[in-house]
Design a protein around this ligand. Structure first.
Ligand SMILES: [Cu+2]
Length: 193
């Protein structure tokens, strides 16, 4: 009997709770989300049944739409890290990043321009845990030939600097190599301290 009472109490609490939540959602639209976006998700990407892959790996959206990556209490830790391409295993340091891999993640990103977005799960990239988001028309096949309106005369300054730097680098490298050749192997015997 007491179980029944508890159960019905729980039920009524749940009902009250959900009614409360519904009205709360209506009144305050300032739900805190990462990346200060309150947009709804055009696509929600989770983890598939294997627990080792995203449940959608090739997604197309329109410019301005938001993709959400959501999972909860997964057995493994996963994340979302932008890469430079479909076979790149390195995270773009300035790229989109959900943070360190975790068993529960609620991350989203709004894409504001035509592009093809490549990402991986850092711990599982070796198992090809990757995904692609095609935004609008995607990345143009020929990366917009940079002949547009970049005046050539702004470039030389930088070019010279990099040539000088490269030269310096070569000198340093050569010096180290020479030192290595001069230093006899014998002198590398570890001394007693
Ligand atoms: Cu993963």
């Amino acid at each position: 009997m007491s179980r029944m009472v508890v159960a019905s109490l729980m039920m009524s609490l749940l009902v009250i709770g959900s009614v409360g939540m519904a009205s709360a959602q209506e009144s305050e639209s300032t739900t805190l989300q990462n990346e200060n976006q309150t947009n709804d998700c055009a696509v929600v990407i989770g983890i598939d049944a294997s627990g080792m892959a995203y449940n959608q790996t090739d997604v197309s959206i329109e410019v301005g739409e938001t993709v959400c990556w959501v999972w909860e209490n997964e057995s493994m830790e996963h994340n979302v890290a932008e890469t430079g391409g479909p076979n790149d295993n390195n995270r773009k340091l300035t790229g989109v990043y959900s943070g360190p891999a975790a068993t529960t993640v609620d991350f989203n990103h709004t894409f504001t321009e035509n592009m093809t977005f490549y990402y991986m799960c850092e711990p599982h990239v070796s198992m090809d845990m990757r995904g692609t988001i095609t935004v609008g028309t995607g990345t143009p096949a020929t990366p917009a030939s940079t002949m547009d309106d970049k005046p050539d005369d702004t470039v030389p300054g930088f070019g010279i600097v990099s040539v000088v730097l490269a030269g310096l680098g070569a000198v340093v490298f050569l010096r180290i190599e020479t030192l290595r050749m001069i230093t006899p192997r014998g002198s590398r015997i570890p001394r007693e301290i």
